[in-house]
Design a protein around this ligand. Sequence first.
Ligand code: UD1
Length: 364
Amino acid sequence: MKVTLVAGARPNFMKIAPIIHEIKRIQKLGKKITFRLVHTGQHYDEKLSHSFFKQLNIPEPDVNLGVGSGSHAEQTANIMVKFEKELMANRPDIVLVVGDVNSTMACSISAKKLNIDVAHVEGGIRSRDMEMPEEINRLVTDSIADYFFTTSELANKNLRKEGHSDKKLFFVGNTMIDTLKANLSKLKKPVFFDEYKLKPKKYLVVTLHRPSNVDDADNLKMLLKTLEETSKDYKIVFPVHPRTQKNLKQIKLSDKFIITDPLSYLEFIYLVKNSFAVITDSGGIQEETTVMKIPCVTLRKNTERPETVTEGTNILAGIDTYKFKPYFQKLFSGKWKKGGIPKFWDGKTSPRIVKQLLTIYKNK
Ligand code: UD1
């Protein structure tokens, strides 16, 4: 069986790594499965891409399409054109895409147009927010994909409602958690940790990159000021995504804030695991904090990962800056829910996926 694996942007790398490791493991046992790894080049910075390959032991991609940044249409179109050429030169039995970034959608379209089967890891999750580019990516990918490896029963339900047959839905759990569990014993303390005399559970981690939070400098300023005012004597560590950099430069922050470049995976998880709480607008961090039982306040109106709220440590605080205060106050009161861990977020999802891929192939 020939599989083409696609990875394009930071959150893809943690999701694809354990699948690659599992394929390599069963290859050694004599199973007839080979893969080609395609990096679209959507993320290209050392800090958003290469460092993840190194730390997560992901092999060098067989090809890097080198698409880089651009408008959504430009980026998507560039990936489609280049990935189509790649598929024509190296036709696989199946293309496996992960997550919800532009690369996920673009590669799914190119593959299906060439009548190649597509499997979507993390299929079926929905925010119902059509202002999120990721929601459009999810809907388009899932409308044409052939097989779905899902993180929750709810994702299966969503896909069933959209007309997909049960035979194509496999609730397997969360590959991002496979990576988390495999790396918990290898975490790396960031160099600034001791420089700034950070103490475990005495600081917050903030990550922000969504347009609704960061594209308006006044809004970003008010958000950070509210946090500064409510956060007692906790330090605030803020690794800044390139998109957030421009507006953040115009804001004068007190020395409570520790501003850093994006961190490598092992450093970032070290930071989160030892933090008091996380304030974020990311998708994956809602899942990682739930598994590590770290309180998480998500600055979004909705989440495609509702189990992190109903079962985990996450709450949704919306995007209206003037409404954040009570959420932050609750956080610093120390009375936060303990949370549980969603089904199959157990570190064993990739073996389930690869086993199923082989069964799909055998039955074709
Ligand atoms: C993308 C994903 C988002 C994910 C996020 C994680 C889409 C639609 N969005 O958003 O779901 O949560 O990655 O980071 O796919 N840039 C760099 N270096 C890079 C890549 C980008 O500096 O290596 C800068 C460029 O100025 C670029 C901007 O970041 O224009 C945005 O990059 P882009 O890939 O368009 O989306 P992200 O905001 O990173």
